[in-house]
Design a protein around this ligand. Structure first.
Ligand code: PMV
Length: 331
């Protein structure tokens, strides 16, 4: 793989149960609080990187990348160039098996796959910490997609960010019956991206510091619930953390409301269905499409409920594995 300066990596996205919302350092992508996530199979992004190509070519889902998107990919490539003496240009191609703008955390999988592929193409040894930090610099949540199962991104304390990376807490086999349903209520780009949204929350929400302290304290509790495979207790933490993140977003100025009417409809229906025995809880990132946290036994009923409440598409995910190298290059 390292001989021809070309490598391909596959990474899954992840869904945070204790969310990351707010940076203490914009440049280095350092968070105010730790976060905890589950890596999601079968959703995945495959990325091939080749150094020594002519020019700088970046292709995402079959189309040349433009503007800021292209620039962010090349920033990651430049960071790897800084670590190894590499010839000439670069060619990058990336493709996902799910729609990039449906709020399914595609940037996390994309920057994780890019980081692992770029390091391998440059002949650097696989290293969880270095890959997680490299992915973090591309997109914070990508730090948590280098490994499978349950991943903890510790906020770290150092100014240079060398202690701010994610590591696996439990592998994908720890809880094989856990299910995460990706529910698409509305397709299309989100109005205010997470980068800009969380910045506004840090700068303007009077509740920001309370959010950060609370999220930090929720992480060890969530880890305990996952260790015990206690779905109801974990669901409760995931929901309240999502509500609190969105409370901070809504209390920003101007306010940020990521809930669509259909999101609220589904979330209320879910709470009602729990009273009649449905073991299912929601979480929501910076967009209108929730994930439903449930298990093998309840995934059918939870999926039906989502469809009855406007879901156009429901993708059933389970805990996925580590980001990994592949011999099947995209070019
Ligand atoms: O790193 P970003 O820009 O993808 O931010 C992710 C923010 C949330 O998805 C809302 C929460 C999270 O921890 O993934």
């Amino acid at each position: 793989v390292s001989g021809n300066l070309k490598a391909t990596a596959i990474a899954h996205p992840n869904i945070a149960l204790v969310k990351y919302w707010g940076k203490r350092d914009e440049e280095l992508v350092l968070p105010h609080q730790s976060s905890l996530s589950i890596t999601l199979a079968p959703l995945q992004v495959t990325t091939t990187v080749q150094f020594g190509a002519k020019g700088e070519e970046v292709e995402l889902n079959g189309r040349p990348a433009q503007g800021r998107e292209r620039e962010r990919v090349l920033e990651t490539i430049r960071r790897v160039r800084g670590l190894a003496k590499l010839p000439g240009g670069v060619r990058v191609a990336s493709t996902g098996n799910f729609p990039p703008s449906a709020g399914l955390a595609s940037s996390a999988a994309a920057f994780a796959a890019l980081s692992v592929a770029a390091r391998a193409a440059a002949g650097l040894a696989f290293d969880v910490r270095a890959s997680s930090i490299l992915a973090r610099l591309g997109s914070g949540s990508a730090a948590r997609s280098i490994q499978g199962g349950t991943c903890l991104w510790r906020r770290g304390r150092r100014r240079d960010g060398t202690d701010s990376f994610a590591e696996q807490v439990f592998d994908a086999e720890h809880w094989p019956d856990l299910r995460l349903l990706a529910v698409v209520l509305e397709a299309g780009e989100k109005e205010t991206g997470s980068r800009e949204g969380m910045k506004r929350s840090v700068e303007t929400s009077p509740f920001y510091s309370a959010w950060a302290a609370d999220a930090e304290a929720e992480v060890p509790r969530a880890i305990e619930r996952i260790r015990d495979r206690d779905l109801a207790a974990l669901g409760q933490i995931a929901e309240r953390n999502a509500w609190r993140m969105h409370a901070v977003a809504m209390s920003s100025d101007p306010a940020l409301c990521y809930f669509a009417p259909a999101t609220l409809g589904l979330v209320s229906a879910l709470a009602k269905a729990r009273n009649t025995g449905l073991a299912a809880w929601f979480t929501l990132d910076a967009g209108p499409n929730p994930f439903i946290l449930t298990d093998l036994r309840h995934q059918g009923d939870a999926g039906r409920l989502a469809r009855e409440h406007g879901a156009r598409e429901v993708t059933t995910c389970k805990p996925g594995g580590d980001a990994r190298l592949s011999e099947e290059h995209l070019f």
